[in-house]
Unconditional design. Structure first.
Length: 251
């Protein structure tokens, strides 16, 4: 079997997953976009969190051309990516009890804000505690996860619960347990993960919905332009000035 055939199979799998989330998650996507628009209109702030590779989708909606300027990254040191050494430390930190509470207590997150939590499995202590603690603070939580994990794996949190159990809105990425779309008889492990592609698309769909919902109310969505187009920096400077009290990645 040629590499090109495998590439085509991966694209087919990714496209199939994107079609599923488009069709099957339409209602929660609309609800999540409306929630973010409600938060912006009410003067709240927006945050996104993910650990490990789940952080890639969270980072993709922060300080992004064409994205909402008010989306801030809620970073947990050591878990934001594979840059921590050793890279396996990030996986270990996801299982540490109490870390989420410590991060939230020292963050600007407050009642009336909205927090998007991305966790493929939703089974580790960090995303579960992040959701429970945030909601206890009066924060609305949108969870982006694969619901299949709750049916096929066990929770690693002392409560026995998953991220999906502690969210105001859940977006199901439909990713199969193991996050690998392809197999070969000659390869001993499944390969070709699609969770980043699907989760990123889910979140961008939510951002688009939020922007449209704000516009429908006669409010200009606080969107950023690319710094690589003429006038982009000037546009962004105006947005930064107008929403300086709700943007934390410039401080």
């Amino acid at each position: 079997m040629s590499d090109r055939t495998l590439a085509g199979q991966f694209f087919d799998a990714a496209v199939g997953l994107l079609q599923r989330v488009r069709d099957e998650e339409a209602e929660p996507i609309a609800a999540a976009g409306t929630l973010l628009a409600d938060t912006v209109a009410a003067g709240g702030r927006l945050f996104a969190f993910g650990a490990g590779h789940s952080s890639l989708a969270a980072q993709d909606v922060v300080y992004r051309a064409g994205g909402l300027a008010l989306m801030n990254l809620l970073a947990v040191p050591g878990t934001v990516g594979v840059d921590v050494m050793p890279a396996t430390l990030g996986s270990a930190l996801e299982r540490v009890d109490g870390l989420a509470a410590a991060v939230l207590d020292s963050s600007p997150v407050r009642s009336g804000d909205a927090l998007v939590i991305v966790s493929l499995s939703g089974r580790n202590a960090l995303p579960v505690e992040m959701a429970t603690k945030a909601r206890a603070l009066g924060v609305k939580v949108v969870g982006v996860t694969s619901v299949a994990y709750a049916a096929e794996t066990g929770s690693r949190h002392s409560s026995g619960t998953f991220l999906k159990d502690h969210c105001d809105i859940v977006l199901d990425s439909k990713i199969a347990v193991g996050d690998a779309e392809l197999t070969l008889d000659t390869v001993p492990a499944p390969f070709a993960p699609a969770s980043t592609v699907v989760t990123t698309a889910l979140l961008q769909a939510v951002m688009a919905t939020a922007a449209g919902a704000l516009a429908d109310r006669g409010l200009e969505p606080p969107l950023l332009r690319s710094g690589n187009v003429d006038g982009g920096h000037q546009w962004n400077g105006r947005v930064f000035d107008e929403y300086a009290d709700r943007i934390f990645y410039r401080r």
